[in-house]
Design a binder for this molecule. Structure first.
Ligand code: ADP
Ligand code: MG
Length: 412
């Protein structure tokens, strides 16, 4: 009996954490380890309560100190696992029918991709949230398999210059150069033209965001939707996404810092007895770099890019502020990014923003920009979150009973 009470108490604590997450946008700040230790470090203090003090390198006295308050601050020594542990309850609520959006904000080089995907070719203990999240959803689905049958599908797109591009299409990766030696010169030329047209149209193809007929969610009907069943599926899928992202650009690093990548996990759960269905989605977003681009330094395409990035990031800020002020009009339509994330930002959803900062003195201006943006977002309280379907509460309770029973059996 003692064991039972312990489990109930633990579950209640977990429940409180989930409750705490409801209806709020949360902001976590993560500080990258210094890459250049010869430059002054501007991080003055990190509190366990989510406070952060940064210091202006030009004003090292007391008045150069600026205090910020977030839900949590992860210091430069924090591990991927620590970050994931604090994100897990939110991710798991997707399985109970909540829409969740997690996005990484910050200047280029501040660690957004490290948090979301992990380092390129990283080992298993360096995997980022995208991988760990989907893997965790598999685990939860296995635990609940006698009560709920889950199906997990994934989409991955890139938003670049206000155009949405599919990153999971097999076509572009497999459209090989179609030459053989038997063809005449004329035929080769013809083939070359067709091939060029095909590959260029593949990289130019932009997807339409449409509203779904059956519910009011927004969908990308033409983006590849892949069913995933195992960790290996997820790894392969992410590799394909990387390949396709690189295909569309000459300089991958420049491109990836100027486009938003959005990984969407669609979850469908069906009650094995009642046939109730719950649907929800998890958006995992690696945003474009938030650095301000000096207009005098760029022209032409670069300027267009910079304007689009500024536009979509400020639109994201505007949407969240309007939600907080409970305005009747929320300007979702002002950018592709906010339009796509619409059903994961607002009353029915939970949002988590990672504000990424670099600790070096020469990034002070950008760091302040990021922290101010994040502070504006974090003081915000969104409307109470509610599950997509009433019946999901019943499903959730059934699942809890089942896990309690199992824990009890285990303890005895
Ligand atoms: P961004 O995506 O914001 O441009 P990256 O994630 O690519 O930044 O990070 C820039 C560099 O710093 C990479 O080499 C990355 O591996 C490293 N890095 C970022 N965050 C961390 C961290 N928390 N721990 C160790 N290395 C990190
Ligand atoms: Mg990146």
């Amino acid at each position: 009996a003692l064991g039972y009470h312990k489990v109930v108490k633990e579950n209640r604590n977990l429940y409180n954490i989930v409750q705490d997450l409801k209806g709020n946008i949360r902001v976590y700040c993560r500080i990258r380890p210094p890459l250049n230790t010869s430059v002054q470090n501007i991080i003055d203090f990190i509190g366990s309560d989510g406070s952060l003090v940064v210091i202006d390198p030009l004003k090292p006295q007391k008045d150069g100190k600026k205090l910020f308050q977030f839900n949590r601050v992860f210091g430069p020594t924090s591990t991927q696992d620590e970050v994931f542990r604090d994100t897990q309850p939110l991710i798991r609520s997707v399985m109970d029918g909540y829409n969740v959006c997690i996005f990484a904000y910050g200047q280029t080089g501040s660690g957004k991709t490290h948090t979301m995907s992990g380092p390129p070719c990283g080992s298993a203990n360096e995997f980022g949230i995208c991988y760990l999240a989907i893997n965790d959803l598999f685990e939860l689905s296995a635990q609940r398999k006698d009560i709920i049958k889950y199906e997990i599908k994934v989409q991955m797109v890139e938003i670049y210059n206000e155009q949405v591009r599919d990153l999971l299409t097999e076509d572009s990766a497999s459209s090989k150069y179609p030459f053989t030696f038997r063809h005449s010169a004329f035929f080769k030329l013809l083939l070359l033209l067709i091939w060029l047209k095909k590959t260029s149209s593949l990289t130019m193809d932009t997807l339409e965001i449409r509203s779904c007929v059956s519910d009011d969610s927004l969908v990308l009907p033409d983006a590849t939707l892949r069913k995933v069943k195992s960790t290996i599926d997820v790894i392969n899928l992410m590799k394909l996404g990387e390949v396709n992202r690189a295909l569309g650009s000459t300089a991958i690093n420049i491109r990836s810092s100027r486009s938003h990548s959005v990984l969407t996990v669609h979850v469908q759960g069906e009650d094995v007895t009642g046939g109730n269905i719950l649907r929800s989605c998890l958006h995992l977003v690696d945003l474009a770099g938030s650095e301000r681009v000096d207009k005098s330094e760029v022209s032409g395409d670069g300027l267009k890019e910079a304007q689009y990035i500024n536009k979509s990031l400020s639109c994201l800020g505007d949407v969240i502020t309007s939600l907080a002020q409970k305005n009747s009009h929320i300007p979702y339509r002002n950018s592709k990014l906010t339009l796509l994330l619409q059903n994961s930002l607002g009353g029915n959803a939970k949002t988590l923003m990672f504000a990424h900062v670099s600790p070096e003195g020469d990034s002070f201006g950008e760091t302040m920009g990021t922290l101010k943006f994040a502070q504006r977002v974090s003081t915000v309280e969104l409307g109470a979150a509610r599950a997509n379907k009433e019946s999901t509460e019943v499903l959730e309770l059934k699942a809890q009973i089942e896990s309690l029973k199992r824990a009890l059996a285990y303890k005895e």
